[in-house]
Design a protein around this ligand. Structure first.
Ligand code: AP5
Length: 197
C-alpha cells in the first residue's frame, strides 16, 4: 500500500461509468477513504431510517436527492476525518454541491487534487447497468431499484443536465482529466493512475 500524494480525489462520470469500481480500488491502493453517497443513501433506505424513507422514492425514480441533504451528509463525514484523505464517488453532482465542498475543504486545509472523468458511451452505460441488475437477480441478491433501462436512461439525462456542468467547473480549476472508461477494469485503472502522475 502506498501513500497518495493526492489526498482529495473526485470521480466524475455518468451512471455506470465505473466510478464506484475504480474508486474502491484506488482507495485500497492509496490508503484513502472512499465516500460513496449512493452507498450511504442506499444503506439508509435498507435500514428504513427517516432519511431513507425520505430519499427512497427520489432514488427509485432516478432523480437527485436535495443538495441540503447531501451537503449535510458530507459535512458529517469530513468532520470525522483527520487528516482528510478521501475519494468521492457520486459527489458532488451539482454546482451547488461542488461549491459547498470547496468551502468545507478550504476550512479543513485540504483542497481538491485530482478529478478523473470516466468517459463511456451512453449505450455501454445502459448495458452495464441493466446487466448488473440481471446478474444480481440471477444470484438472488438485492437488485438496485434504479438498475432498469428506463431509470438508467433518466439518470443519464439528469447527469447531462445537472452534473456535466462540473466538467467545466473542475477544468477551469486545472484538476480534471479525461479517462477512457471502456476496456477491462485493469486497463481503466492504469489510465486513471497515469493521469495522476
Ligand atoms: P450512485 O450510487 O452514485 O449511482 P450512479 O452515479 O448513478 O452510478 P452507478 O453506481 O450506477 O455507477 P458507477 O459509475 O459507480 O459504476 P460502477 O462502478 O457501479 O447514485 C444513485 C442515486 O443516489 C442517484 O440517482 C441519486 O438519487 C442519489 N444520489 C447519490 N449521490 C447523490 C448526490 N451527490 N446528489 C444527489 N443525489 C445523489 O459500475 C457499473 C457496472 O459496470 C457494475 O456492474 C460494474 O461491475 C461494471 N463495470 C465497471 N467497470 C467496467 C468495465 N471497465 N467494463 C465492464 N463493466 C464494468
Amino acid at each position: 500500500m502506498t501513500q497518495a500524494k493526492h489526498n482529495v480525489v473526485i470521480f466524475l462520470g455518468p451512471p455506470g461509468a465505473g466510478k464506484g469500481t475504480q474508486a474502491e480500488r484506488l482507495a485500497q491502493d492509496k490508503a484513502l477513504i472512499k465516500i460513496s453517497t449512493g452507498d450511504i443513501l442506499r444503506d439508509h433506505v435498507s435500514r428504513g431510517t427517516e432519511l431513507g424513507q425520505q430519499v427512497k422514492p427520489i432514488m427509485d425514480a432516478g432523480q437527485l436527492v436535495t443538495d441540503e441533504i447531501l451537503i449535510a451528509l458530507i459535512r458529517d463525514k469530513l468532520a470525522d476525518m483527520d487528516p482528510v484523505r478521501v475519494i468521492f464517488d457520486g459527489f458532488p453532482r451539482t454546482t451547488a454541491q461542488a461549491q459547498a465542498l470547496d468551502v468545507l475543504l478550504e476550512e479543513l486545509g485540504a483542497p481538491v487534487c485530482a478529478v478523473p472523468l470516466l468517459d463511456v458511451p451512453d449505450e455501454v452505460l445502459v448495458r452495464r447497468i441493466v446487466e448488473r441488475g440481471r446478474q444480481a437477480a440471477a444470484r438472488g441478491e438485492a437488485v438496485r431499484s434504479d438498475d432498469t433501462e428506463e431509470v438508467a436512461r433518466r439518470r443519464q439525462q439528469i447527469y447531462r443536465e445537472e452534473t456535466q456542468p462540473l466538467i467545466d467547473y473542475y477544468s477551469a480549476r486545472g484538476h480534471l482529466y479525461r479517462v477512457d472508461g471502456v476496456g477491462t477494469m485493469d486497463e481503466v485503472y492504469d489510465r486513471i493512475l497515469a493521469g495522476m502522475n
